[in-house]
Ligand binder design. Structure first.
Ligand code: SAH
Ligand code: SF4
Length: 360
């Protein structure tokens, strides 16, 4: 079986070259070719000895997932559906905003965590993505977008906010993050790479030690009773533990705040009492709020909060001294908005079957 070199970060690649009896600096050269120049063919790697290129050609490949479909929104958002085998597909979204270009990357085929307002969660779970499939999304997007006239990359930021729970695919996600940060690859600073989690507390602690990038936490409810329903992982890691984990994370984080994501659900979590509870909950945690208008999908059972309710909620948080943004919904004409990424998931959890049994 051929080794896919996109599965390796720099230490991994150096170990691979050591096994081949090659010098460690070869790893840097190959990283640069693959990720900096987007090469997928060893023949292009002109500063490697011909004998090494031939050896690699026999033992290894550079294989990103293949592209199934590409869509472009009227607002400049672009979405790619990547084939990850066995009738599964994952989505990646590029969101331009002024000088910033953000790529929203998926980490799993589906998601096992079953947040009730999330279309990925509804679809069930098939498997974790490999490192090559995660970093392959950045590889493809760079390939598709090219560079600006000054030769700079168009993608300036990465958010792990696509399909899946990144911290539930910990090892592969951290290796992919290492590649994003590596100067020989994408060279992004830790502040420009964000992991979004529904709150897997032990993995948040590991990430703080292994690769402390910017952290976003999907809060969505200000008390355990409501969060137990909206974000069921809360039953395992309730809010008090989650807030404590956020504080610990900040000791190493590249930014001095955590971003709390809060999806606005009409009549569910958008009332003044919820804002008051939220202010109390985060009292000790340096944070910013990102209010996300709920993006509907078929049979979700939820509605987005009304504009006046969202503004009232925002104003209450701001009056308490918080920085609050209401996330602009982008790419909704191509179903590329938060929580709408559906890809193609062959569910292995039999979730749809279970739901049918419950409703009968
Ligand atoms: N699993 C991770 C990252 C992926 S989801 C997490 O939950 O944080 C990225 C963000 O989109 C999360 O804050 C998630 O709660 C939110 N989201 C999910 N479904 C949504 C929907 N239908 N409308 C708006 N935001 C949604
Ligand atoms: Fe999974 Fe995040 Fe969706 Fe929850 S919101 S089901 S954790 S992808």
């Amino acid at each position: 079986m051929l080794v896919n070199l996109l599965d390796y970060d720099l230490p991994g690649l150096a170990a691979y070259f050591a096994e081949l009896g090659e010098k460690p600096f070869r790893a840097k050269q190959v990283m640069r070719w693959m990720h900096h120049f987007g090469a997928a063919d060893f023949a292009e790697m002109s500063d490697l000895a011909k004998s090494l290129r031939e050896k690699l050609g026999q033992l290894a490949t550079v294989t990103p997932p293949s592209m199934m479909a590409e869509q472009a929104s009227a607002d400049g958002t672009r979405k790619w559906l990547l084939d990850v085998g066995s009738m599964n597909g994952v989505e990646t979204v590029f969101i331009p905003d002024g000088t910033r270009g953000t790529l929203c990357v998926s980490s799993q085929v589906g998601c096992a965590l079953e947040c009730t307002f999330c279309s990925t969660g509804r679809q069930g779970f098939n498997r974790n993505l490999s490192v090559a499939e995660i970093i392959g999304q950045l590889w493809w997007a760079n390939h598709a977008m090219g560079r600006d006239p000054k030769g700079e990359r168009i993608i300036t930021n990465v958010v792990m906010m696509g399909m899946g729970e990144p911290l539930a695919n910990y090892t592969n996600v951290v290796t992919a993050l290492n590649i994003m940060l590596d100067d020989n690859a994408y060279g992004l600073s830790r502040r420009r790479v964000t992991v979004s989690t529904s709150g897997l507390v032990p993995a948040m602690d590991r990430l703080r030690e292994d690769c402390p990038v910017a952290l976003a936490v999907s809060l969505h409810a200000p008390n355990d009773k409501l969060r137990d329903v909206l974000v069921p992982i809360n039953r395992k890691y309730p809010l008090a533990e989650l807030m404590a984990a956020c504080l610990r994370y900040l000791e190493k984080a590249p930014r001095d705040f955590v971003t709390f994501e809060y999806v606005m659900l009409d009549g569910i979590n958008d009332q003044p009492e919820h804002a008051r509870q939220l202010i109390e909950l985060v009292r000790d945690v340096p944070c910013k709020f990102n209010l996300i208008p709920f993006n509907p999908f078929p049979d979700s059972g939820y509605r987005c909060s009304r504009g006046d309710a969202m503004r009232r909620f925002r104003d209450m948080l701001m009056q308490a001294g918080h920085i609050v943004t209401i996330r602009k919904t982008r790419g909704d004409d191509i179903d590329a908005a938060c929580g709408q990424l559906a890809g193609q998931v062959q569910d292995k959890t039999r979730r749809v079957m279970r739901r049918m049994e419950v409703s009968h």
